[in-house]
Write a protein that binds this ligand. Structure first.
Ligand code: PRP
Length: 196
């Protein structure tokens, strides 16, 4: 089946917003080091861009998170698959995410990181889908609030495809979203995969 990504946010719109977020974050964190912690894989592109817009001296860290069950439901299990390489105790920490859907990932991660006694802990996300929230999460910096559409590009995938697009796109409605394999990031009720 052919999938036709439709541009939802252009690269220029994204870059303009990322620049503004960088100005705001730089002002809010006058002193470094600021630890920018990004969750693999989807946030890699946002991290690369926002980190270059933040003037505060920053350090870059990655974490891997995996979830079990059918999508990340409120009962879904979450665990760390790749941990930080450094201690964050006593440091300002900003989690850099590509998208907040259910809030399950960030609720878990905030709990994990809070136990490590950072000086401060906050969240920056490029995209926020408030309609999908199952767990309340306090997000300090939001690039765009978006409706419940399945978005890809700029790091976001559909069955591992489309991450390298510069724009953020919505997949055409004829995309098959009934199969197993991918995360619940769209308008459907189940998990998603690209069926041939
Ligand atoms: C996405 C995104 C967040 C998470 C948000 O990751 O990067 O980490 O989902 O969803 P939630 O608010 O419902 O928990 P995904 O699991 O798709 O992995 P990926 O980043 O490797 O694509």
């Amino acid at each position: 089946m052919a999938l036709a990504p439709r541009v939802f946010l252009t690269a220029e719109q994204i870059q303009n917003r990322v620049r503004a977020m960088g100005v705001q974050i730089s002002a809010d964190y006058p002193e470094g080091p600021l630890y920018l912690i990004s969750i693999l894989k989807g946030a890699f592109m946002f991290l690369a861009d926002i980190s270059r817009q933040i003037k505060t001296p920053s350090r870059i860290e990655f974490m891997g998170i995996s979830s079990y069950g059918r999508g990340k439901t409120s009962s879904g299990e979450v665990r760390v698959t790749k941990d930080l390489d450094a201690s964050i105790e006593g440091h300002h920490v900003l989690i850099v995410e590509d998208i907040v859907d259910s809030g399950v990932t960030l609720t878990y991660l905030m709990n994990v990181l809070e136990q490590r006694r950072p000086k401060s802990l906050a969240i920056a996300t490029l995209l926020d889908k408030p309609e999908k929230r199952l767990r309340p999460v306090q997000v300090s910096y939001v690039g765009f609030q978006i409706p419940d559409e399945f978005v890809v590009g700029y790091g976001l995938d559909f069955a591992e495809d489309y991450r390298n697009l510069s724009d953020i796109c919505v997949l055409a409605e004829d995309a098959d979203i009934t199969g197993p394999g991918n995360r619940d990031r769209g308008a459907g009720t189940g998990e998603k995969s690209l069926n041939p």
